[in-house]
Ligand binder design. Structure first.
Ligand code: MG
Length: 161
């Protein structure tokens, strides 16, 4: 690849269930439920991984970290992000910026946004002002609106190093 910039998009959704920790962007958030899945099920980090991999035409998170592999059971999704950054770096790119939206009915995420940005920026090896995180509700609609799931969307821009 020799384009000067590349854009990627990521989307993810996980069920919210009792008896699991809630982790978003590597930050543990106190809440009565957490996200269900093989890893820590950090839906935001998963969407960002897919945006990065997508931008570099490197497939998706499921191809690199299959949930059939016991190696990834319960692991911090920041490990996936670290690896995704390594992969795009090997392709000759660096991250210009990330923009992401978490869609969740509750808890209120605004108080956690800055900690999440700092957590992600350190793994992405970028400045905090290169990553923006937004939180939306689903206005009570569908599974996310009923509090049965959380979803996330992300875009990543890579530029040649
Ligand atoms: Mg996921």
């Amino acid at each position: 690849m020799n384009e000067s910039s590349r854009i990627g998009i990521g989307y993810d959704i996980h069920r919210l269930v009792e008896g699991r920790k809630l982790v978003l962007g590597g930050v543990e958030i106190s809440f009565e439920k957490g996200l269900l899945g093989h890893s820590d099920s950090d839906v935001l980090t998963h969407a960002i991984c897919d945006a990065l991999l997508g931008a570099a035409a490197l497939g998706d998170i499921g191809a690199h970290f299959p949930d059939s592999d016991p190696k990834w059971a319960g692991v911090s999704s920041l490990k996936f992000l670290e690896r995704a950054v390594e992969l795009v770096t090997q392709e000759g790119y660096r991250v210009a910026n990330i923009d992401a939206t978490v869609i969740a009915e509750c808890p209120k995420l605004r108080p956690h946004i800055q900690a999440i940005r700092e957590s992600l920026a350190s793994v992405l090896r970028i400045e905090v002002d290169q990553i923006n995180i937004k939180a939306k509700t689903n206005e009570g609609l569908e599974s996310v609106g009923r509090g049965e799931a959380m979803a996330a969307q992300a875009v990543a821009l890579l530029i040649i190093r």
